[in-house]
Design a protein around this ligand. Structure first.
Ligand SMILES: [Zn+2]
Length: 112
C-alpha cells in the first residue's frame, strides 16, 4: 500500500530520484517520495543528513543568518555577514539592483 501525502493527504506518494538544488547549486540526485497531486517532495532523515553533509562540503551551509538594519545619514543599510559576502563575491562599491518582492521580502540582484 502506498503512503498518502503528508501535506494534501490526497496523493499516493511515489518513489523518485530527484535533483536537489540549494541556492541554485545542485547537491546531486536523491531518493525521494513525491506527491503526484500537489508535487510536494519528501526526503527521509538519512537522505536529509547526506544532503546537509554535501551542502557543507560545497560551502553552502550557514549562508542564512540574522542581521540588523543600520542607519547611514537618512538612509538605512543592511550588514551582510562575511560568509554571504564570500559566497556572492561581493565588494564595496559594487552596484546592485534592489526591489521589493512583497511587503516582507527584498530582492538584491547582482550583475556580473
Ligand atoms: Zn500532496
Amino acid at each position: 500500500m502506498n503512503e498518502k501525502c503528508y501535506i494534501c493527504e490526497k496523493g499516493n506518494l511515489k518513489k523518485e530520484r530527484i535533483e536537489y538544488n540549494l541556492y541554485g547549486i545542485s547537491l546531486g540526485k536523491f531518493d525521494a517520495l513525491k506527491c503526484p497531486k500537489c508535487s510536494e517532495i519528501f526526503f527521509d532523515e538519512e537522505t536529509s543528513k547526506k544532503m546537509t553533509d554535501i551542502a557543507k562540503q560545497k560551502g553552502l551551509w550557514g549562508l542564512e543568518a540574522k542581521t540588523k538594519i543600520g542607519q547611514a545619514g537618512t538612509t538605512l543599510d543592511i550588514r551582510l555577514p562575511r560568509r554571504l559576502i564570500e559566497f556572492l563575491k561581493l565588494k564595496k562599491g559594487k552596484e546592485v539592483n534592489i526591489h521589493p518582492e512583497s511587503r516582507d521580502r527584498i530582492v538584491v540582484e547582482i550583475s556580473e
